[in-house]
Design a protein around this ligand. Structure first.
Ligand SMILES: *Cc1c(COP(=O)(O)O)cnc(C)c1O
Length: 354
């Protein structure tokens, strides 16, 4: 049972809502009026509070700033045609932040703070959830170690917060991706499966180098041989070859996306053959070269379904089939976004609605 007790609210006296242009939202730069905050001290979580969004005060010795005990999550809230708010499978994100936390020696977050926290925070700022097509409210829970201590050890105290941001689309056009064969995102036994802050820092230089060559994002490969496709760093990758939907299995190096899992469930239900198996880069490139790579796309909360228009590998660049011709990514991608927005029936009861 979730503890549905009311969370204490300190309301803002200066709502910024009227200053926001909902027709032109950048990703992740505008924040709603309120945030949720909870502190972990003396070995337990203290009562969460909802407070006006604003700067937080930290010691310069805060351990997360030095040693990276920091994990986060990402979700989206949509408004359905009746004006109700939908949040897609938040219990999956709750489970995942706790798996990430465990790997980084951080405490588990309670359902009351995470799930009920999202519900009460987003309810309070419900007028910040956009109505515009392709727009939503991005929900960012995160936790950091807060001990003001420079010794390398797990922090005793932690801060958990949820901030929310009304957003437009993340990628506005089909992508040009490159298979990365020099740098590594995650190695077996590491933290690749966790939404841990450090994973994103180490991916920035390789991504920037690729962006300097006009490439949008990287497709990461295994750390050992750079021979197998892993994921794209903010989204899981899927390919369609011979009419079959293929995606690598998740393990310690691939983040288990909620979008990925949901996409596979809907694809199987629609009668498609789904294979969760390693995809060799050699196979991917050979089908791309012979024109048999029917679809290639990324799936993730931020990006939704991101079609890949061009694929680069070493000195070659392949133009993939026209986006309109892509059956599975269009059909299932539209079904999934429809469920999230409340325009397609949610037969799995995936949405938390309030
Ligand atoms: C968040 C994330 C994804 C996508 O996960 P969803 O739960 O579908 O949003 C994929 N890969 C990485 C590395 C991520 O951080």
């Amino acid at each position: 049972m979730i503890d549905t007790q009311e969370i204490e609210v300190q309301r803002t006296e200066h709502s910024r809502l009227s200053e926001i242009n909902f027709k032109n939202l950048p990703f992740g730069k505008v924040f709603s009026d309120h945030a949720l905050i909870a502190k972990y001290t003396n070995g337990e979580w203290q009562a969460p509070k909802i407070i006006p969004y604003g700067d937080i005060h930290l010691s310069p010795a805060t351990s997360a700033l030095h040693y990276g005990q920091a994990v986060f999550e990402g979700m989206k809230a949509f408004k359905n045609p009746d004006g109700e708010i939908l949040v897609f499978r938040p219990e999956k994100n709750h489970e995942r932040i706790n798996r990430s936390a465990e790997r980084l020696c951080m405490p588990k977050i309670t359902e009351h703070i995470f799930i009920e926290g999202i519900k009460q925070l987003v309810s309070l700022d419900r007028n910040w959830v956009p109505n515009e097509p392709d727009s939503s409210m991005y929900i960012r829970p995160f936790m950091i170690g807060t001990d003001p201590f420079l010794g390398v050890k797990p922090s005793d105290d932690y801060l958990f917060m949820i901030i929310t941001s009304p957003v437009g689309p993340y990628y506005s056009k089909p992508l040009h991706l490159k298979v990365e064969t020099e740098f590594t995102r995650a190695a077996k036994g590491g933290v690749g499966f966790a939404k841990a802050a450090g994973n994103y820092a180490s991916a920035m230089l390789p991504a920037k180098k690729a962006q300097n060559q006009g490439i949008d994002q990287l497709i990461w490969t295994d750390a050992k041989e750079h021979k197998y496709l892993e994921e794209a760093g903010t989204m899981n990758m899927m390919a369609v070859i011979d009419g079959k939907l293929i995606t690598p299995p998740t393990g310690s190096t691939i983040l288990a996306g909620v979008t990925r899992e949901s996409f596979l469930i809907l694809s199987r239900e629609a009668g498609y053959i789904v294979e969760e198996r390693p995809i060799a880069i050699e196979e991917l490139i050979s089908v791309a070269r012979s024109g048999k790579l029917e679809e290639l796309f990324g799936v993730g909360t931020a990006a939704t379904t991101a079609h890949v228009a061009k694929l680069s590998y070493e000195d070659e660049t392949f133009e993939l089939p026209p986006i309109e011709s892509r059956k599975i990514s269009n059909q299932i991608g539209n079904q999934l976004i429809g469920i999230k927005m409340g325009t397609v029936e949610d037969v799995h009861n995936w949405n938390m609605k309030f």
